[in-house]
Design a protein around this ligand. Sequence first.
Ligand code: NAD
Length: 356
Amino acid sequence: MAKIAFFDTKPYDRKFFDEANSRFGFEIKYFEPHLTPDTATLVKGFDVVCVFVNDVVDEKVIDILVNNGVKLLALRCAGYNNVNLFAACDRLAVVRVPSYSPYAVAEHAVALLMTLNRRIHRAYYRVRDNNFSINGLLGFDVHGKTVGVIGTGKIGKLFTTIMKGFGTRLLLFDHFHDEQFAAENGATYTDLDTIYREADIISLHCPLTPETHYLINETTFKKVKPGVFIINTSRGQLINTAALVEALKSEIVGGAALDVYEEENEYFFEDKSNTVVTDDLLARLNTFNNVLITSHQAFFTREALTNIAGTTLHNVNEFFQGRELENGICSKCDGHNPCPGKPENRICRKTLKKNT
Ligand code: NAD
């Protein structure tokens, strides 16, 4: 039976993976640390390595995995910007969980928006302290506002449909237009500059790629509508945080709700309450009363964790059964199905067979 080494594991990972594994019977070892060049040597004797969003699987780590006999890298997440697929190509098969609960993330984005807008996070503490004043808690009606959605994949579409229910004007941006979806939801595909110029609320739902790195930057903030709310549940590096801090200081940005942060690896998912925060940007963000940060928890629902565990172990099982990897990714297909790689030339690892 295949042996799987899990990295960056928390008690909730163990709970959901142990439950799912009762159907598969893999030999699982949970390691708490991140996968790094130092911890990668722990993989000796394992067939599969399973990682999460903040494990950086670069060329050096991949070399260590391959040299220690690892055959499969199983991501228990959708995004794969943390993996060097080119280094893995033809050496290590890579699978992911393309969709586990887009509802979880879309609903969290809306929760962030409404909490920040109506100052619920501040009201909660006031009332607990018997401070019943509502001074400073003024929000705005979301109804009638213009919402810009950047990236209209699974999560972006769900966010759009929820925001339709609020009675908003919806502007969409994506390289791929789903005109039927737009028409059904009274939304319009447009260009980024129009979104920046007209949107009161901008929500990011595109992946992190070289093209989208620092999509929201100093130049963007020169184009946006003053007072705009920015929501990011996608990846931290979509936003240049230093530029965001300046835009918050000058009140160009009226509120920022962030589930992700560009340097989150150091902090997110960990209890750092007894340590000094040395990341000055994160510390500065935390000083704004119109910034709301959650620690990459948008995915964190029972349904999502059940699906993540089930699909991850299904992916591992498919690999060892020698089946084509429906959730495989390689540097050629870049996550898109069907893969345009050339299996016959053994370029695409999605068709990697057992023991090859
Ligand atoms: P998806 O693949 O279904 O959709 C992504 C969409 O972005 C696609 O329609 C794609 O065409 C579009 N896109 C790609 N490049 C773009 C660009 N330059 N500009 C605009 N659009 C572009 O993915 P999804 O399931 O909707 O997830 C979206 C992102 O959410 C993921 O990439 C991941 O980073 C993030 N995510 C975060 C959490 C969390 O817990 N915070 C959980 C899951 C996913």
